[in-house]
Design a binder for this molecule. Structure first.
Ligand code: NAD
Length: 350
């Protein structure tokens, strides 16, 4: 297998997944186990070629190493990316085959849901391996949809960043939320409760209009949300939304949202810095979901999860403070902090 990828740190292990009878075609990338088993979700998406799927897996696995390290979790980073079969396929058979591949790694990789996969898929995976999380909630235990905790972390991150960078609290703050799904919808509810003024956009008009009616949010077109006349832009839909064009037109002075991989390219971080727009690194703000599913895997308590999520706000303040003092982008400061934590883990296991 040849994959062109120039990550910052090479991956530890790459496993090609191929089971034609089950429609399985994909890859597991274990980026780092320096801090613990590599944890990261399983994505099922339409990739035109295997190499494109593998490149995405490398990038996402590396991102999980950074996210898990920054969240203080005893986990490294990994990811599984599966190519969506063409035509009809047996979904259960596909995920059972994937589960067998995860089982063969003996706990070096822990999987969960991601884009294109759902709890029922992970239940199928669980038939073949115990190294899966994000399952149905058990009575009195963790499990189920982790999005509310992701949204709470983003909310706390925004509160902390607004206080630090805009010297204001959330009451009366004008926030534009892009994508009113699981994370964006809950974030809107928290923001409305805190007295923020909401502007929202979603490609699904039904979802958008429901939230607009309940919370009294202003609605704008999806093409106008990043340039809305607001104080804060909260990307909660897709990755890559921060690029030369969107940053050039942005009126917000703070970007803080739940979407993964918001920067289209790393140099956009400096563009934001040059324009005086404070950027809260996405993987710091949106760690609530992985905090929740890894605690579920370790059979830890909900109280511990809430405590870890509550550390996101202070962590954002630390990053923004260091970024200001050193005149660096918060994205660069966060990456260096994460790299230091991973290097400490490497030294511990060496
Ligand atoms: P979701 O599918 O529930 O919601 C995404 C929403 O964005 C949908 O309502 C969709 O219609 C909308 N959307 C898609 N394209 C859009 C566009 N161009 N403009 C405006 N709206 C658009 O997904 P989610 O679980 O809420 O996740 C949102 C983001 O947060 C993703 O990037 C995801 O990777 C990231 N994330 C989610 C979690 C979690 O716990 N769910 C954790 C960490 C990161």
């Amino acid at each position: 297998m040849v994959v062109a990828y120039s990550g910052r740190v090479p991956a530890e292990q790459v496993v090609r997944l191929e089971d034609r009878s089950a429609g399985l075609d994909g890859v597991i990338v274990i980026h780092s186990t320096a801090l613990g088993p590599a944890a990261g979700g399983c994505r099922l998406w339409h990739y035109p070629s295997f190499d494109q799927a593998a490149e995405d897996a490398f990038r996402l696995a590396e991102g999980m190493s950074y996210k898990n390290a920054m969240a203080g979790l005893p986990f490294g980073g990994g990811k599984a990316v599966l190519r969506h079969p063409v035509g009809d396929f047996d979904r259960s058979a596909l995920f059972r085959a994937f589960g067998r591949a995860v089982a063969e790694l003996g706990g070096r990789y822990v999987t969960a849901e991601d884009v294109g996969t759902r709890v029922s898929d992970m239940q199928d995976v669980a038939g073949a391996t115990q190294h899966v999380t994000g399952l149905e909630a058990k009575p009195g235990g963790l499990g189920g949809n982790p999005s509310p905790r992701t949204a709470k972390g983003v909310f706390d991150a925004m509160k902390s960043a607004a206080s630090f960078a805009l010297e204001t609290d959330l009451r009366g703050l004008r926030v534009a939320v892009q994508g009113i799904g699981n994370v964006g919808g809950e974030l809107c509810r928290l923001l409305a409760d805190a007295g923020a003024e909401l502007t929202i956009a979603d490609v699904s008009p039904a979802r958008r209009d429901r939230v607009a009616t309940i919370l009294g949010a202003r609605v704008v077109d999806v093409d106008d949300i990043a340039a809305a006349d607001v104080d804060v832009f909260a990307p909660c839909a897709l990755g890559g939304v921060l690029d030369e064009r969107s940053v050039g037109a942005m009126k917000a002075k703070l970007v803080c949202g739940g979407a993964n991989n918001q920067l289209a390219t790393p140099d956009v971080a400096d563009m934001l810095l040059d324009r005086g727009i404070t950027y809260v690194p996405d993987y710091v703000a949106n760690a609530g979901g992985i905090i929740s599913v890894t605690a579920e895997y370790l059979d830890e308590s909900a109280a511990l999860v809430d405590m870890r999520v509550a550390q996101i706000g202070p962590r954002v303040a630390t990053i923004l403070d260091e970024a200001r003092r050193r005149r660096l982008s918060p994205a660069v400061v966060a990456d260096r902090m994460a790299e230091r934590l991973i290097a400490q883990g490497v030294r511990r296991v060496a």
